[in-house]
Design a protein. Structure first.
Length: 476
């Protein structure tokens, strides 16, 4: 055993075996990471030797350290090709950024900016002033505020309304106590805000009288939540925002506010002059405010097509109360988010929102996608013939995803890949393991790729990834 321990190399020798710094593979990693990986595998080898195992060779140790380094690399944020056809794939970062958004980010990120400096007055300003006019112009709201995500927006609104009177009730339908990705639940947010949840109605049916009977002296607000990531069908009933607003505003003591969390943040149903039928059930911010909502909350990186942010639009006095909340600093956005958001809002004001990646992908005609998919299929089947799969083009549907328009079905043309001799899951994993990773859908024994969410410049990378994953020659 002592001899086996003596055969273990010094850490520096193992680091050298991983390759030169700046090179390809494990050697390209920073020295500190290589050292950490080397120490870990040597320590693990000592433990194994203590249990009676033989000493590993230098090659075995280097291979183990390289695997650790590769696993670490894959945990970092890297570009991914989204071939799922899910436009707002939460796991893949939701709405991608376009050129105008990136240019705005670069302009403020590479130097100093007027983030909290009032250029007109020559003194300190507020970061919350920048996007305010753009938001109010687009939505018709009296005032607006930007925080770092919609969960923060909801929490800030609730906490501000019950501030100084913890335990006051917020009335909400049982059918709207939603949970979204990452186990974010509306009841949990209500609890954190200090408000007491007052559930009314049932899962599938809630009537106006249910709200009326629940409102009392301890009621701070009525809340309506748009079920943006699911749909209850069949024997259902919900109360429109306009009726809820009228009820809330007529409450004894001068009325109470209506909070409307619409989630997906749609600004308009018409994009570039085209009505999109799969958006018909999504409420717009402007319509919600026009229906009487006192404050509306929504996301920036869903149907708005911008960066991750929580947007709040509504009555000036409610927004002002939030700006004085001690919670606001914990939710504040940085200069790059504000720059990207302003660029996004400007595209809507200019009528050029179809230039945002979200809408340029959504507006693609199935015929355009079919032509690209046919070219990918041809490249795979007619260059060497070594692809071990049946590849077909079939009609299908893209989806919105990202907690938006849950029933959306956008006609598309899919590339279906049926491997002949290997499990479809192993082919999918081979695509994910590539550089860049390609993420596709699995349906039964077929791998399904939808080029709607792949920019044309990435088609060649998709071809290469599929060829490597499906090749009959493992060395190709």
């Amino acid at each position: 055993m002592n001899e086996a321990f003596r055969q273990l190399p010094q850490v520096d020798r193992l680091i050298d075996a991983l390759g030169p710094a700046g090179g390809a593979g494990a050697g390209g990693e920073p020295h500190a990471l290589k050292a950490a990986a080397a120490r870990r595998v040597i320590d693990e080898a000592r433990g194994a030797i203590g249990q009676g195992a033989p000493a590993p060779t230098m090659e075995q140790l280097a291979a183990s350290a390289s695997r650790l380094l590769e696993a670490g690399r894959r945990r970092r944020v890297v570009p991914v090709i989204n071939a799922t056809g899910v436009l707002l794939h939460t796991n893949l970062g939701r709405a991608p950024m376009g050129r105008c958004q990136l240019d705005a980010v670069v302009a403020v990120a590479t130097g100093y900016s007027n983030l909290e400096f009032d250029l007109a007055e020559g003194r300190r300003g507020s970061r919350y002033d920048h996007a305010r006019e753009l938001l109010t112009t687009l939505t018709g709201a009296e005032a607006a505020l930007v925080v770092n995500n919609n969960a923060a927006a909801v929490l800030l609104v609730l906490a501000s309304l019950v501030r100084g009177a913890r335990g006051r009730e917020v009335v909400i339908s049982r059918g709207e106590l939603i949970e979204i990705g990452g186990e974010f639940r509306i009841p949990a947010i209500l609890q954190e805000s200090g408000a007491t949840l007052r559930e009314v109605g049932t899962t599938n049916r809630t009537h106006l009288r249910d709200y009326r009977e629940a409102i009392g002296e301890s009621t701070a607000a009525v809340m309506k939540v748009h079920p943006s990531n699911y749909q209850v069908v069949g024997f259902t009933k919900s109360v429109p925002a306009r009726e809820l607003a009228e009820l809330a505003h007529a409450a004894p003591g001068g009325g109470i506010p209506l909070i409307h969390d619409i989630g997906s943040g749609l600004l308009r149903h018409s994009i570039a002059g085209r009505q999109l039928p799969w958006l018909a059930e999504e409420p717009t911010v402007e319509a919600s405010l026009a229906d009487g909502a006192d404050v509306v909350t929504f996301s920036g990186d869903k149907l708005l097509g911008g960066p991750q942010a929580g947007l709040i639009a509504g009555r000036a006095e409610i927004i002002a109360a939030m700006e004085h909340s001690p919670l606001l600093r914990t939710f504040r956005v940085d200069k790059t988010t504000l720059a990207a958001l302003e660029a996004t809002l400007l595209t809507y004001l200019e009528g050029s929102e179809d230039e945002l990646p979200l809408w340029s992908m959504a507006l693609l005609a199935p015929s355009e996608i079919e032509a690209r998919a046919a070219a990918v299929r041809s490249a795979l089947l007619h260059r060497g013939g070594d692809v071990d799969a049946k590849i077909e083009l079939v009609d299908g549907f893209s989806t919105t995803g990202g907690g938006s328009a849950p029933t959306s079905r956008i006609p598309t043309v899919l590339l279906e890949v049926a491997p002949r001799t290997r499990p479809v899951g192993s082919v999918r994993q081979a695509l994910i393991d590539g550089d860049p990773p390609v993420v596709a859908r699995v349906e039964g024994e077929r791998l399904v790729l939808d080029l709607r969410t792949v920019v044309p410049e990435q088609d060649a990378a998709v071809i290469g990834a599929l060829r490597r994953a499906l090749s009959t020659d493992p060395d190709s």
